[in-house]
Design a protein around this ligand. Structure first.
Ligand SMILES: [Zn+2]
Length: 326
């Protein structure tokens, strides 16, 4: 059953809701891309802006009610769009994609909208239908804390963010200040979780050194040539054919890390080896990589010189394209 555009099912799950919204948003993305095809040189930030204005409102529609659902279909559609912008493969880690674009999972904005709506509910008159329902659910949760409903999820969210007292008092003095604070806290928690996953993940051995900040990365705006921009994204997020990555997908079993070696140099064929070490690429390196950075190099130098300085970024993308796509 659909009520005011939100799909409700008899089981009470919002799975069908998010599937329906993802389907509607897919159509909107299709139309938007069709239109974008007629425009040349549209920037990454413009594409993200268009998505935020034209598609996100569809994906977040009514999320004050269903927003605690994980909404895998919605998130998948969103990350697919982002991967498309970067020009990287679908199997790329979502964390890398969020960090490159300085964007966050849609659940971050849903959490904020839920808290904002909660203030609206608790500030409304007692005889309002929404307030009556809220009081019943709150009572249920207080009587049976193990019970799962929207109110228990909100309680859990506020306490996990360190705002249990706001729940206990059912409100705050300065609502606007609090909303700014909680928005920042939700965002900080999101990126903290990403950073701890980057520290632990074996797939992030290279990327963990690159995520210097959580903004849209500089090269995505400074490189106007799309092929070069995409080449650099591929290199950064390991969406490439170096053996460190392709060995991971080797069938029937993945090649162990220590065996993912360059067949020519017998060293681990990772991004560092590719950019600064591999003797097969000496000629290209002479052309694109400054000589002084080829001596006594380490991972830190590799990153500082290749990914943070505009001219070096361009040279690195030329280097990548010359080897992989010539
Ligand atoms: Zn090599």
């Amino acid at each position: 059953m659909s009520y005011l555009g939100v799909v409700f099912t008899s089981g009470g799950s919002f799975n069908q809701t998010q599937i329906t919204l993802a389907g509607q948003a897919r159509k909107a993305i299709f139309k938007m891309k069709k239109y974008l095809c007629t425009i040349t040189n549209i920037t990454v930030s413009h594409q993200l802006e268009l998505f935020d204005k034209l598609v996100k409102p569809i994906l977040n529609y009514g999320c004050e009610v269903w927003g605690f659902h994980k909404a895998q279909n919605i998130e998948s559609l969103y990350t697919q769009f982002c991967e498309n912008i970067l020009g990287v493969k679908r199997a790329t880690q979502n964390d890398f994609v969020y960090c490159e674009l300085g964007h966050h999972s849609l659940i971050v904005s849903r959490y904020f909208k839920i808290v904002k709506y909660w203030f609206k509910i608790i500030g409304s008159k007692e005889n309002k239908y929404i307030k009556l329902i809220y009081n019943i659910m709150k009572h249920d949760f207080e009587m049976t804390p193990s019970k799962k409903n929207c109110v228990s999820s909100l309680h859990q969210l506020l306490s996990s963010l360190g705002f249990l007292e706001v729940w206990i008092h059912q409100g705050v003095g300065q609502k606007e200040d609090f909303l700014s604070l909680i928005k920042k806290r939700i965002m900080d928690c999101f990126y903290q979780n990403i950073n701890s996953r980057l520290t632990e993940s074996s797939r992030a051995l290279f990327y963990r050194h690159l995520n210097i900040n959580n903004d849209l990365k500089m090269y995505l705006t400074s490189i106007s040539n799309e092929n070069h921009r995409i080449a650099l994204s591929k290199l950064k997020v390991s969406s490439h054919r170096l053996i460190i990555e392709s060995g991971r997908w080797h069938k029937p079993i993945a090649t162990s890390y220590n065996e993912r070696k360059c067949t020519h140099c017998q060293k681990i064929d990772d991004e560092y080896h590719f950019i600064l070490e591999c003797s097969l690429l000496n000629d290209l390196r002479k052309k694109y990589i400054d000589k002084k950075y080829g001596l006594r190099t380490n991972m830190q130098k590799c990153i500082v010189y290749k990914f943070t300085k505009c001219t070096n970024i361009k040279k690195t993308s030329f280097f990548y394209i010359s080897w992989f796509e010539s």
